[in-house]
Design a protein around this ligand. Sequence first.
Ligand code: GLN
Length: 538
Amino acid sequence: MSTTKYIFVTGGVSSSLGKGIIAASLAKLLQARGYRVTIQKLDPYINIDPGTLNPYEHGECYVTDDGAETDLDLGHYERFLNVPTSQANNVTTGRIYQSVIEKERRGEFLGKTVQVVPHITNEIKERIQILGKSGDYDIVITEIGGTVGDIESLPYIESVRQLKWELGNQNCLVIHLTLIPYLSAAGELKTKPTQHSVKTLMESGIQADILVCRTEHHLSEELRHKLALFCNVGKDAVIESIDASTIYDVPNLMLEEGLDKVTLQKLGLKDTGSPPLTAWNEFVKRHKNPRAHVTIGLIGKYVELQDSYKSILESFIHAGAANEVKVKVQSIHSEFLDASNVASQMQELDAVLVAPGFGERGIEGKVEAVRYARENKLPFLGICLGMQMAVIEYSRNVLGLKDANSTEMNENTAFPVIDLMEEQKTITDKGGTMRLGAWACELKDDSIVKDVYGVSNIEERHRHRFEYNNAYRTQLEAAGLKTTGINPQTNLVEIVEIEDHPWFVGVQYHPEYKSTVANPHSLFVSLVAAALNYSNNR
Ligand code: GLN
């Protein structure tokens, strides 16, 4: 008999209501009460993972320690809970079908017709319970992607219905997140779309236990009563989720509304008293009461879509709070940056971050941004492609290797200072084949990173195919581009720094994936401090 409790978060009326933030906020409150909680996301698309999706399509691809390429909501889970997630925390329809089809080929269903019910739904139920059965968690929160009523979500909803039946209502809870639209012409909040979406859920045999209602205006008692009556839930199970100025306010808003209380009650779990959110509240206070501000340029080619650089933007919020500084991130489109406008675009900046990315578009603008940061001693952090651009810029403009490049951009470059690893050269499949997940890195003494991390051995998460080409290392080092972090197993260069610069660091890995509220990433904290310093000395 399982003792793990399962909470499902479904969405109705509209997409983008913030199921991930609600799930993470509830998890935070339960964790603060002493429960061991994890969150899982089920995505109804056919891709095996979001690794092959364009950021415009899906936002950032988040990477876990075990090298899973996942939905960006897992980033919120880690940032809120400060507990690492893994491949088991993100399952797509593609992965479910792949696994069922592989089983069919192995003959595991010999003699049977393989069908959505029961084979696909059994696989889904198994994936949901893997985390629960690990014994590591008291509560598993599963967020179902998409909106109730979507064709592609149906097998997930049916699986939830079956689990509720199998494990019992005291072990399974469904939270339905909906939108209460405000009609300005009528001056009224409207409950009808919510009533309909709760009904749609009922057509699949699921009665929502708790309603979380996204709204721009407070819900009156009368409206709460109406929602409770017509959606068939208790009045204490109608939770208002008013628009917040920051996602980091949502746990406290949910606490005020009693979402954690009603959840514990319904699952028959002990109410251990009001959760101490001391450290969390300290962070929120610092975030909202900065003593100074800095402007940091984010040079990327997906800047039109904020979600593309989610973890970077959140890392700046954590690092800003740590420094009691407001970080204004100024997005600069690398595609439109060149030698003629780089100074005017960057002169107001106190630091610059050159973003990760793939492909040729916008890379010359990134190289120009690096050059500006190097020449003007502007604090610089290059992440992944950003680090590669720093190596290219140094090779071209300091070493004089004309047209040095990455073989990703120009296969025939005379100076392939960034190149494919040997192991990558024979790989043709695109999905899941990059250097992924946590890799060790040894830091050199007398470096910025050694100071910043305060230790000699670190582990950081990767997602890239191309690497610093060690054939150019002696030349580059002699010219002043130090390699200050090395992977001890492969001798791959993970970090470069410019000797003669106050704060210039390029990292082949992605520090932004590991920054959390409880543990702001030290590289970002240090970059913000360097930006403040730069701004004060202007
Ligand atoms: N496109 C580069 C590579 O594959 C960098 C990837 C990234 O920035 N995540 O190596």
